[in-house]
Design a protein around this ligand. Structure first.
Ligand code: AVI
Length: 320
């Protein structure tokens, strides 16, 4: 399950294909071409993302693991009472034990849209924590989720590692945080991973690594369009670009045409001029103030920021 963890299975195949098709055709028809980053994660894209997390230049995964591993005691102290851990997206089940080893959990509630991933991560955790009650919930966590009745009376701690919130426009991020607030209730806590703003060269390398894995990850989106949407995109004439957008404090990934090109997708004709791009991802970076503002707008009161030794990444604890 870990390799395929981000591989979306949220719709029946045909509905998923329709959603992909609609997003791609609409995105390529815009003046500034853009395709939502969620479509990176087919099986190949999920494998490539796993490879990215192990790259020497890609620090976020290692930095977050360092925080979770080394600051368990500080989490436990800040969190106080025993709580049921509610994880948004069961895919990161590899980070869950790091949290569960540090704090006292009364139960574990993984929420994921894919029942298949849920079953995989529950099985692994049940083996490791045989006495921990586990209540998987198959649901779309971008909307408020009903917590199983058995957990009435438990106080809840939301867990959303991975800095996935960074891939959302702030407006969507705020909506997500508000949904989590509704799910976790008035006495809920939230532990959320966010990537810190840092020197441009470090960010540029993390999103354009020497081995070319991030380039392959980005280009796989064009290959996926060719495979699944009857596309004729000349992938060899596209170049991976990772650019720092100073005003929006985010790394943007683009696919740039090296010369004028034309192609078809689902029978529709598109052109890209030399230098024109398809915008494929945003990865927002935050400082403590920016993170706090986002959380406050989403209905959360930030309590504490935990960072790794090198100050690259933060895990923020907030209360409802
Ligand atoms: C999943 N997400 C937090 C990654 C990020 O860093 O924004 C996706 C990624 N894109 C390129 N490299 C990794």
């Amino acid at each position: 399950a870990s390799v395929a963890r981000r591989h979306e299975l949220e719709f029946p195949r045909t509905a998923l294909q329709m959603a992909f098709r609609n997003d791609v055709l609409a995105g390529l028809s815009q003046e500034r071409k853009a395709i939502p980053a969620r479509w990176f994660y087919d099986l190949r894209g999920s494998q490539l993302f796993e490879e990215i997390t192990a790259l020497p230049e890609y620090y976020p995964t290692r930095a977050e693991i360092e925080i979770l591993t080394e600051q368990g005691g500080a989490f436990a102290e800040a969190i106080g009472r025993q709580r049921a851990v509610v994880e948004f997206g069961a895919g990161s089940a590899n980070k869950t034990p790091l949290l569960l080893d540090g704090i006292e959990a009364s139960a574990y509630v993984p929420i994921d849209i894919s029942g298949e991933f849920l079953r995989g991560s529950c099985a692994t955790l049940a083996q490791r924590y045989p006495r921990l009650p586990i209540f998987p919930v198959e649901a779309d966590f971008t909307r408020p989720v009903a917590i199983p009745g058995e957990l009435q009376g438990h106080e809840l701690l939301g867990f959303f590692p991975g800095s996935t919130i960074g891939n959302m426009e702030p407006r969507a991020g705020v909506d997500l945080l508000r949904g989590m607030r509704a799910t976790l209730g008035d006495d809920g806590l939230l532990l959320i991973g966010m990537d810190l703003i840092k020197p441009r060269a470090v960010l540029a390398a993390a999103y354009d690594d020497a081995a070319g894995v991030t380039a392959a990850f980005n280009l796989n989106l064009a290959r996926r369009i060719n495979r699944e949407l009857d596309g004729t995109i000349p992938v060899d004439l596209l170049r991976h670009r990772a650019v720092w957008n100073e005003r929006r404090e985010r790394i943007e990934m683009h696919l740039e045409a090296v010369r004028d090109i034309s192609f078809h997708v689902c029978g529709r004709y598109f052109t890209l001029l030399a230098g024109e791009t398809i915008h494929t991802e945003n990865s927002h970076k935050y400082d403590e103030r920016g993170a706090d503002l986002l959380l406050l707008a989403g209905g959360w009161e930030p309590l504490r920021h935990f960072t790794d030794q090198a100050g690259r990444f933060m895990v923020v604890l907030a209360r409802a």
